[in-house]
Design a protein around this ligand. Structure first.
Ligand code: FA5
Length: 331
């Protein structure tokens, strides 16, 4: 019987040593040390031995079990260490690899320009108000002193949505809305999308952006308009910027002008047209119950794309609507 214990123990030691994996080892452990298996199976034979041999036999089995258990545990620890090392190697992070660049979004160039325009005009005391893009015919044309069927409306061919609603062709439409609600003195400005039904080319789109600025107070004259425009233009395009007025017609101003800027740093000091301006037509003030004896007003408007194009050298405004990242990334 004793010999059996020794043989079994020897085979167990050999198998434990031969085990290559944790799975092998567990199988060996079950085979020799499991309940009712291997040494424990032998232990059940204790009862068949003569009384005096039983304690020695029991002790021998206990010693063998203890020794084998220790052996298995030691080997398990080794396997676990190897496994952990392999896992760590597999999951290792190569800190010498260059990092992936973080891509951060940016404001669209027209949004950047609009923000600048707002900062400058707010600094000059103008309050920014948003008007609706889907505008009443009345505010887009009638209130702005367009006589019925006047050809000036043809210059701003419109997208009509109903008989009385259209996509605004000019941000000037805000004037009527403000004059209906406010008494002078006031200064307002607005910036936003406009729409015209026209042939698209490098300087015209069906969708573009305008800024409109207007002020009504006592004793305002063309000198105030030119001074205000000059201050605005110098803040936008540089200290050396000069403003030129030339007579032009818009139904909502009298006199009306188109204005251009020139500064040595921009396109060799050429005159660059920016937009329209003038003294608010007395008809408009009167229609809103504002005394033309006491008050006068000026207004000017310009294209946001135009401002950005002048400053950046972009020569085709269609690019602003295409959202091609190769273009947008440059600003
Ligand atoms: C007007 O729209 C007037 N409301 C401006 C004004 C305001 C005059 C206040 C007097 C007093 P005009 O149609 O010229 O004017 O347009 C003004 C600017 O908007 C143009 O100089 C141009 O920069 C821009 N613009 C007009 N149409 C387009 C278009 N189709 N695509 C891109 N920009 C345009």
């Amino acid at each position: 019987m004793s010999t059996n214990v020794e043989q079994l123990t020897q085979s167990a030691v050999a198998e434990i040593e031969a085990a290559q994996t944790l799975t092998d080892l567990s199988a060996t452990e079950t085979k020799f040390l499991g309940r009712n298996k291997g040494l424990n199976e032998l232990r059940r034979l204790t009862g068949t031995l003569p009384q005096e041999e039983r304690p020695a036999f029991g002790a021998k089995i206990n010693d063998a079990v203890q020794m084998l258990t220790a052996l298995v545990e030691a080997k398990k620890t080794t396997f676990r260490a190897i496994e952990l090392k392999a896992k760590l190697q597999e999951e290792a992070i190569d800190i010498t690899l260059p990092g992936r660049p973080m891509r951060s979004g940016k404001l669209h160039p027209l949004t950047q320009t609009s923000e600048r325009v707002k900062r400058v005009l707010c600094g000059m005391g103008f309050e920014f108000v948003d008007g609706p893009e889907l505008e009443d015919y009345q505010y887009n044309f009638d209130t702005l002193n367009y006589p019925e069927d006047h050809p000036a409306m043809d210059e701003q061919s419109s997208f009509f949505v109903t008989d009385t609603k259209l996509l605004r062709t000019q941000t000037t439409a805000l004037q009527g809305r403000m004059m209906a609600e406010h008494r002078p003195p006031f200064r307002f400005a607005t910036i936003g999308r406009c729409f015209r039904y026209e042939a698209i080319d490098a300087t015209h789109h069906h969708t573009f952006h305008q800024v409109d600025v207007f002020m009504v107070d006592e004793n305002l004259s063309m000198a105030d308009l030119k001074g205000t425009l000059g201050t605005f233009a110098r803040a936008m395009f540089g200290e050396t910027t000069r403003v030129r007025f030339r007579p032009d017609f818009f139904p909502f101003v009298e006199p009306g002008v188109d204005y251009a800027i020139s500064t040595p740093g921009l396109l060799g000091g050429r005159w660059l047209e920016l937009g329209g301006a003038g003294m608010i037509h007395p008809n408009i003030l009167r229609a809103h119950g504002i005394s033309t004896e006491k008050y006068s007003g000026f207004a000017f408007g310009l294209g946001v794309e135009r401002i950005h194009m002048i400053g950046s050298g972009v020569d085709d405004l269609r690019l602003y609507l295409e959202n091609d990242l190769r273009f947008l990334k440059q600003f």
